[in-house]
Design a protein around this ligand. Structure first.
Ligand code: TXA
Ligand code: MG
Length: 352
């Protein structure tokens, strides 16, 4: 595979040029990582099976885990999906471009490798000028999973992409840090009642305002071998640092007390402790390394800091033996997705 990954820093002065260089690589069947509003994606021509195969190889992603197809205009939707319900159109109207992915009936032009052999296709229109310009210039929908090695925390900066995939992809466009920080909400709208397959950037409450009833079709736990899941992505390890992660949940005071107890007992065993912690709890405890999730009742900040924090505390130079995570973040709106990612990343969950 590619030995050298091109890093394309994009700004006002070179916007057009950079997009056209990157689009050229995509048109040739190459792979380009790019920023979206949620996390960085690893893009390839969604309709070219050879190009899409390179995504799976670079990430080490299981072949039955389908990809999200990214579009920049409603014209492309007709090309790839069919039997789209009025509810689906209403949701597109309300949330596109934005962090909502809709699972729709696919058309045959979408290759099996993109959909993991399913008869549905997941589609979203990202809310990021670089992403939209790139899709337009490439002239084709882009398949793009999060641009991390499979199983690792998702990338929220180009640096994260490079640390996972350098030498394994053709290029990365560096457009700075993302805004949302967790992935899109995945909603299956192929049945009468929509099913949430993954919580994400758009909160359940917001979706309910438009569709009334929704079914929660995901769990926060890693699903065991052999269980039936509606979204293939559910059954794999996710968002996991190499370092052990202990998540402490409960109300603020209880969490602070429990974390302080844990820090003491790990320190007695001569383990170096890292904390991913809200500002409020940080007033009560300290450890070898600390990374802020922001204020407890601002889940938007926790979303933005979550993956960068896990990656920082998992870094070689900080040399931490255990990461203790403050789970007192408000579980509301995007906070639902934050807690979901933390539970999936955790090796141990403690109710304080
Ligand atoms: O915010 C995002 O969604 C980011 C950015 C780059 O757009 N992308 C992303 O892709 O998170 P990925 O591949 O990391 O996660 C896609 C999720 C997986 O859990 C996958 O199983 C599910 O969407 N998915 C994709 N196609 C599906 C389908 N046809 N039916 C059910 N689930 C599907
Ligand atoms: Mg992912």
């Amino acid at each position: 595979m590619n030995s050298k990954t091109l890093v394309l820093k994009i700004g006002k002065n070179n916007f057009e040029d950079t997009i056209s260089r990157a689009a050229h690589i995509l048109k040739q069947g190459g792979t380009v990582a790019f920023p979206t509003e949620t996390v960085y994606g690893l893009g390839a021509d969604a309709l070219n099976p050879d190009a899409v195969r390179k995504i799976f190889e670079a990430k080490g992603r299981p072949a039955d885990n389908p990809l999200i197809v990214h579009i920049a205009s409603m014209d492309s939707l007709d090309k790839i999906a069919t039997d789209i319900s009025p509810i689906a159109f209403e949701l597109m109207d309300a949330f596109w471009p934005g962090p909502l992915t809709l699972v729709l009936k696919r058309k045959d032009v979408v290759p099996d490798i993109t959909t993991g052999g399913l008869d549905t296709v997941a589609v979203r229109m990202p809310d990021n000028p670089v992403a939209l310009a790139l899709i337009r210039e490439a002239g084709t929908p882009l398949a793009a999973p999060s641009a991390n090695t499979s199983g690792r925390p998702s990338p929220t900066t180009a640096g994260h992409v490079i640390s996972d995939l350098s030498g394994r992809i053709d290029a990365v466009i560096d457009g700075g840090a993302v805004e949302v920080g967790v992935e899109s909400t995945v909603l299956d709208v192929t049945s009468d009642v929509p099913v949430i397959l993954r919580p994400g950037g758009v909160g359940v409450e917001e979706i309910r305002k438009h569709v009334g009833e929704v079914v929660i079709g995901y769990t926060d736990q890693a699903v065991g071998e052999g269980e039936v899941v509606r979204s293939p992505g559910m059954k794999y390890t996710h968002y996991s640092p190499k370092t052990k992660v202990v998540l402490v949940e409960g109300d603020g005071r209880a969490v602070a007390a429990k974390m302080s107890e844990l820090i003491e007992s790990y320190s007695e065993k001569n383990m170096r402790v890292g904390l991913l912690i809200t500002d409020e709890t940080a007033g009560h405890v300290s450890a070898d390394e600390m990374y802020s999730l922001g204020k407890r009742d601002v889940p938007e900040d926790a979303a933005r800091n979550l993956f960068a924090g896990l990656r920082y505390l998992d870094g070689r130079d900080v040399n931490i033996n255990v990461i203790i995570v403050d789970g007192s973040v408000k579980c509301d709106g995007v906070g639902v997705a934050v807690l979901n990612r933390l539970r999936k990343a955790a090796n141990e969950l403690i109710e304080a």
